[in-house]
Design a protein around this ligand. Structure first.
Ligand SMILES: *Cc1c(COP(=O)(O)O)cnc(C)c1O
Length: 470
């Protein structure tokens, strides 16, 4: 393994905490390392949502996702309020639910007035069961099945067509229906950004969206099929983006597509500029605030429309990570420790790549603390490894931490996005529980999987049942 230099860090967990306690309304959750309600209590223990993290781990076990309701709601409100502040037209913020699709998260986000975007029949089912209104659900996906499109039409949601396959299936499913399908078209804008190549989507060599060269053919096709009502255009540039420039450039491109759609007589009124705003995982990250990002989008959409002589569209965006990422932490129990003399010390936690596959997939880095002794000085340089049978199952490399012992609670920050939703049962580890915390209360929102859950879909053919067991 390549060794990286130790992450520069303050001497204790205390100094990572949000600085100006009390004025939560001025801080952007995506710019904080900790959930907004995090504090250290009199036992020198991390507290989130008024709940002592070590008490939560004793009560609910580890690994444990701890979701701070106040932080999630604050991020929703900041998006919503910023559109009110900076945009004169109608707007709607959609939660990209692939970041964390479960009933509780979808319901909280919907209760803040946001819509939801889904990318599969399973995410659609979850959003509908969580009570999200169908007129606020948008279906994405670069290979939607006929069955998924059928369900989407029956539910009355909006479908974002990604390719010709979508359009052909939609025509065959919608031709004899009384009302047209509400359709958006996703195009690749040809805008690059600086993020991990696996999460770039806006460059032309991407599996997502129609190539802009095919725009006229697509618009012509849609205009000839009255069962398709093309009400909007969509683009998404990528994820974990810290630059504002791509969102200064995108509106011009999208408004030029819109002008062409108008020439074909399509009833386009909505533009969706996608998601992608990054969050602060470590001190090295410096993303713009939610407010700055929305301001940039609104100003540039307004300017592009004015220049092109177009009215203001209904403006949509669809953040995932910047809504839910900073609202959750994962608590683990520390177990085995191994020192390779002169090389490194591993400390091992009771989860890993099954509950957080981002480090092994995207080389992501995280901020960690020892939750049961927050003010202890960081005297050791260690690598935090998971318990999976994979040498790459490392959560954080070369991090400065206090001296730990088995039984300590290690907390990894910023695990709300793409952790639970990408989790697996690798090595047959049951998926962790998730608790929602706020005002000193904790409610289970995802039950910890049991051994029985692991066998739920297993079937043993009769001929494999051993003689003794018959
Ligand atoms: C993943 C994705 C998003 C959300 O991206 P974030 O980086 O989590 O904000 C939005 N729209 C589409 C189409 C996506 O694929």
């Amino acid at each position: 393994m390549v060794s990286t230099p130790p992450v520069e860090s303050p001497t204790s967990g205390l100094s990572y905490l949000p600085s100006n306690e009390g004025s939560t309304d001025t801080r952007s959750p995506n710019q904080e390392l900790f959930p907004l309600t995090a504090r250290v209590n009199d036992n020198d223990t991390l507290e989130i949502g008024g709940c002592d993290v070590t008490t939560l781990t004793r009560r609910f076990g580890t690994p444990l996702y701890i979701l701070d309701e106040a932080t999630l709601r604050e991020a929703c409100r900041q998006y919503r309020d910023a559109f009110q502040r900076y945009y004169d037209g109608d707007s709607l913020v959609l939660f990209a639910s692939k970041a964390w699709s479960c009933l509780a998260v979808c319901a909280i986000v919907a209760s803040e007035g946001l819509g939801t975007d889904v990318v599969s029949g399973g995410e659609l089912y979850t959003a509908l069961k969580a009570g999200v209104s169908p007129d606020r659900i948008y279906l994405h996906g670069n290979n939607k099945s006929r069955r998924e499109l059928q369900r989407a039409i029956e539910a009355g949601i909006t479908i974002v067509a990604d390719n010709w396959n979508d359009l052909n299936i939609l025509v065959s499913l919608s031709e004899h229906r009384p009302t047209p399908v509400r359709l958006m078209l996703r195009l690749t804008p040809g805008i690059e950004c600086h993020t991990h190549e696996y999460i770039q989507t806006g460059h032309l060599d991407s599996k997502f969206g129609f190539d802009p060269d095919s725009l006229d053919a697509v618009l012509e096709f849609v205009s000839q099929h009255p069962s398709l009502s093309c009400i909007g255009l969509h683009a998404h540039i990528g994820s974990q983006i810290f630059e504002l420039q791509p969102h200064c450039d995108l509106p011009k491109v999208m408004v030029s597509w819109w002008q062409r759609a108008k020439a074909y007589g399509l009833p386009v009124t909505e533009l969706n500029v996608g998601g992608g705003l990054g969050i602060r995982y470590t001190e090295a990250d410096d993303p713009p605030s939610i407010d700055e990002w929305v301001k940039t989008v609104c100003e540039n959409v307004t300017a592009a429309c004015r220049e092109a002589g177009m009215p203001l569209p209904r403006l949509l965006c669809e953040p995932g990570r910047s809504l839910v990422g900073s609202a959750c932490v994962t608590a683990y129990t520390i177990g085995a420790e191994k020192t390779v003399p002169g090389i490194r010390t591993y400390i091992t936690v009771d989860g890993g790549m099954s509950d957080n596959p981002r480090p092994i997939t995207y080389q992501s880095v995280y901020r960690t603390v020892v939750a049961d002794r927050m003010s202890a000085p960081a005297t050791e340089t260690v690598t935090v490894a998971g318990k999976h049978c994979e040498s790459g199952d490392v959560l954080v490399s070369n991090v400065r931490l206090p001296k730990t012992q088995a039984g300590d609670v290690l907390v990894v920050m910023g695990t709300g996005a793409y952790n639970y939703s990408m989790s697996s049962n690798y090595n047959r580890l049951p998926r962790p529980a998730a608790v929602l915390v706020g005002n000193g209360e904790a409610n289970i929102v995802l039950q910890r999987e049991t051994d029985a859950d692991l066998l739920r879909q297993d079937r043993l053919p009769e001929r494999l049942v051993s003689m003794e067991d018959r």
